[in-house]
Design a protein around this ligand. Structure first.
Ligand SMILES: [Zn+2]
Length: 177
């Protein structure tokens, strides 16, 4: 059986390995070695080191994945924000506080109901009572829907912030290893 001379990659001791041997343990330092061959050379590499490298590679893959996910999250949130923009005089802007909107619609509704009741006490035709009442109810519903939407937006923002913090933490943990 033909043998080949290689050196232990860990301690440098000369080793004899059979031609087809792939794995060998160094008799001197007991390192697990993989015998690697190229066209014109033969050398050994520590198996533990290979595993370590693979581990590192897996980790960097994980880092890349986390970074991708972070980017995707930010992008989606950006799109979400854009969708919620309202058209202002100077271009799109984030929606105002829905509570102010609600306060205004309540005020508007009170005015409408006031108009309706004063119209009612003067014996005017029913349409002058119905229209202000309808407008008042419509304003109230719109105002409340604004509040609900605002709350949904706040919730989705906190979900986004939480997810982002979690991903960032995972990423930092991986980088510190
Ligand atoms: Zn050795």
């Amino acid at each position: 059986m033909e043998t080949l001379s290689v050196r232990c990659n860990h301690c440098g001791a000369p080793l004899e390995v059979a031609e087809k041997t792939r794995f060998v343990t160094c008799q001197f330092c007991h390192s697990s070695l993989e015998v690697k061959r190229t066209d014109n050379s033969i050398f050994t590499e520590e198996v533990a080191k290979i595993a370590e490298n693979t581990g590192r590679m897996a980790e960097s893959l994980e880092v890349i994945e986390l970074q991708n996910e972070l980017e995707r999250l930010d992008r989606e949130w950006g799109i979400d924000q854009t969708n919620h923009m309202v058209q202002g005089r100077t271009g799109p802007r984030p929606p105002g506080n829905p509570i102010f909107g609600l306060a205004f619609t309540i005020f508007f509704a009170v005015v409408c109901f006031g108009m309706a009741s004063s119209a009612g006490s003067h014996g005017t035709p029913g349409i002058f009572i119905m229209v202000p009442i309808g407008m008042g109810i419509f304003a109230l519903v719109a105002g409340m829907m604004g509040v609900v939407k605002g709350q949904e937006r706040n919730e989705s923002e906190s979900r986004y912030q939480q997810r982002r913090a979690e991903l960032t933490r995972q990423l930092e943990a991986l980088k510190q290893r």
